[in-house]
Ligand binder design. Structure first.
Ligand code: FAD
Length: 415
C-alpha cells in the first residue's frame, strides 16, 4: 500500500483549522504551518456570526456544533440602525426576539473569534500545528512535478508536499502558485476603536450600542459598532478615501487628539451620541485599510496546490460573510478529498491525479461561491457608504419583521 499523502495547510485561521479537523476525522494525516508563535500570540479580534448553511454546517460536519452552541450568543443578532443625525430608524433591543429559528437555534448567532478558534484548535490531534512557521516561499520539486518544497522564515524547509493548501489569508504566499492576482485597496479606510468592559467602564456606551450591532450608514462614511462576548464594544468609523489617506490626512493616530480630530473633520454634523461613541472608545485605535481580490477571480487547477478562504477570494467585511465562506470552502474541499479517498473506483488519495480530480471539483464550486459572495459584498459596500444606506437597511429588517409577524398571526389564527 502506498504511503499517505503529505498534506500541508498554511495558516491556522478558521478555514485552515476547519479543514484539518474534517480531514483528521477521516484519518487523512495533515500538518498546519502557522506564522504565529502560539495560540495566545495575537488578539484574535472581534465577534463573527456563523450562518446555518456555511459556518454552522461546517461545524456540524466536524462534530463541533454542540460546542459552538454552548458559546454562541443569539442575542448578538440584535441590530440598531441610526441615521447620521442621530435618529433611530430601527432597534431590536426594544423588541422581544423575533428572528426565525432553525431547529430551535437562532439563525445567525455570534461567537467571539477567539472562542471559535479555541474550539477548532482543541479538536485537533496533538502536534497537528507547527507554530512559528511563517511560510516565505514555495518551489515545485524539480524532479517530481506536483510535489512542493516549502521554505519558512526560521530557515527550515518541508520537502515533498503532495497537497499544499493555502489558508494563509489576505497576503497568501501560496496564491502566486495559482494566480498573479494581488489584493487591491477597496477605497475604504476604517478606524478600529475599542472600549473594553463597557458595563463597568462606560455603561452608557454598552446601552447605546445594545446587545448586538449598531450601524450608521451615510454617503462616504459609516459607523459600525458591535458588542463583544468579552463585554467590550468594537467600533469602526469608516470613510471612503484614497489609499494613503490615513498617512496623509494630518491626523496623528497615536496622538491624544486623534478621536477629536476624526469627529471634527469627518463626523461633525452627526448626532451627539454617534460622536460620543468615537470619542469614548478610548482603549484601542487602529487605522485599517480594506483590501479585496477581484470579484470573479478564477484560475485553472494546478496539481497538488489550492487555496481557501481569504487566500482564495479576499473580500471587504461589508457583507460579514468572510469566515462563513472560508469554512464552507474547508467543508467542500474536505468532502472532495474524502470522496476520492473512499471511492472504490478511484485510486488511493495519494495518487496525485486523484488529488487533482478532487481539487478540480472543489475549485469549480468554491470559485462560484466566491463570486456570489463577493458580488453580495460589493452591494454591501455600496449600501454602507450611500446617503440612503441606513434607510435601506432599516427597511429590509422591517420587511423581515413584518413577514414574521404575519406568519405568527396566521399560526395563532390556526391557519
Ligand atoms: C475588520 C474585519 C471584520 C470582519 N468581520 C467579519 C464578520 O463579521 N463575519 C465574517 O464572516 N467575516 C468577517 N471578516 C472576514 C474574516 O475575518 C475573514 O474572511 C476570515 O478570517 C478568513 O479566514 P481564513 O481562515 O481564510 O484566513 P485568516 O483568518 O486570515 O487566517 C489566516 C491564518 O494564516 C496565518 N498566516 C498568514 N500568513 C502566513 C504565512 N506566510 N505562513 C504561515 N501562516 C500564515 C495567519 O497568521 C492566520 O492565522 C472580517 C474581516 C475584517 C478585516
Amino acid at each position: 500500500m502506498s504511503p499517505p499523502p503529505k498534506v500541508a495547510i498554511i495558516g491556522a485561521g478558521p478555514g485552515g483549522l476547519t479543514l484539518a479537523r474534517l480531514l483528521q476525522q477521516h484519518s487523512i494525516p495533515v500538518t498546519i504551518y502557522e506564522a504565529e508563535t502560539s495560540r495566545q500570540a495575537r488578539n484574535q479580534g472581534g465577534t463573527l456570526d456563523l450562518h446555518p448553511r456555511a459556518g454552522q454546517l461546517a461545524l456540524k460536519e466536524a462534530g463541533l456544533l454542540p460546542e459552538f452552541l454552548k458559546h454562541a450568543r443569539p442575542e448578538g443578532e440584535a441590530s440598531k440602525i441610526m441615521k447620521y443625525d442621530g435618529r433611530v430608524l430601527w432597534d431590536d433591543n426594544v423588541l422581544p426576539p423575533w428572528r426565525p429559528t432553525a431547529e430551535g437555534e437562532q439563525e445567525r448567532p455570534e461567537i467571539d473569534r477567539v472562542v471559535l478558534r479555541d474550539i477548532l484548535l482543541d479538536s485537533l490531534l496533538p502536534g497537528t500545528i507547527q507554530w512559528g512557521k511563517k511560510l516565505l516561499g514555495v518551489q515545485e520539486d524539480e524532479k517530481i512535478k506536483g510535489k512542493y518544497n516549502l521554505s519558512f522564515a526560521d530557515g527550515s524547509m518541508e520537502m515533498g508536499v503532495d497537497l499544499l493548501v493555502g489558508a494563509d489569508g489576505a497576503w497568501s504566499k501560496v496564491r502566486p502558485l495559482v494566480t498573479p492576482e494581488k489584493p487591491f485597496y477597496a477605497g475604504i479606510t476604517a478606524i478600529e476603536l475599542w472600549a473594553l468592559d463597557v458595563d463597568k467602564t462606560n455603561p452608557w456606551l454598552g446601552k447605546f450600542v445594545g446587545q448586538g450591532s449598531m450601524f450608521m450608514f451615510d454617503e462616504g462614511r459609516a459607523l459600525m459598532c458591535q458588542r463583544q462576548g468579552s463585554g467590550a464594544v468594537r467600533s469602526y468609523a469608516a470613510i471612503k478615501r484614497p489609499e494613503n489617506w490615513a498617512e496623509e490626512c494630518g491626523i496623528d493616530w497615536e496622538g491624544p487628539d486623534a478621536r477629536e480630530r476624526l469627529v471634527n473633520e469627518y463626523f461633525a454634523d452627526c448626532g451627539a451620541d454617534l460622536q460620543r461613541v468615537i470619542l469614548e472608545s478610548k482603549d484601542v485605535l487602529i487605522p485599517r485599510k480594506c483590501w479585496m481580490l477581484p470579484v470573479g477571480i478564477s484560475w485553472k487547477t494546478r496539481p497538488g496546490v489550492t487555496l481557501l478562504g481569504d487566500a482564495a477570494h479576499l473580500m471587504t467585511p461589508f457583507a460579514g460573510v468572510g469566515v462563513n465562506v472560508a469554512m464552507a470552502d474547508a467543508l467542500e474541499l474536505a468532502k472532495a478529498l474524502i470522496a476520492r479517498k473512499d471511492s472504490v473506483t478511484a485510486k488511493l488519495l495519494s495518487d496525485s491525479k486523484n488529488i487533482t480530480i478532487a481539487l478540480e471539483a472543489y475549485e469549480k464550486s468554491m470559485l462560484k461561491r466566491a463570486e456570489e459572495n463577493a458580488t453580495k459584498t460589493m452591494h454591501g459596500l455600496k449600501g454602507h457608504f450611500s446617503a440612503t444606506g441606513s434607510e435601506e437597511r432599516a427597511g429590509k429588517i422591517q420587511k423581515g419583521y413584518d413577514m414574521m409577524m404575519a406568519k405568527k398571526a396566521e399560526k395563532e389564527k390556526g391557519f
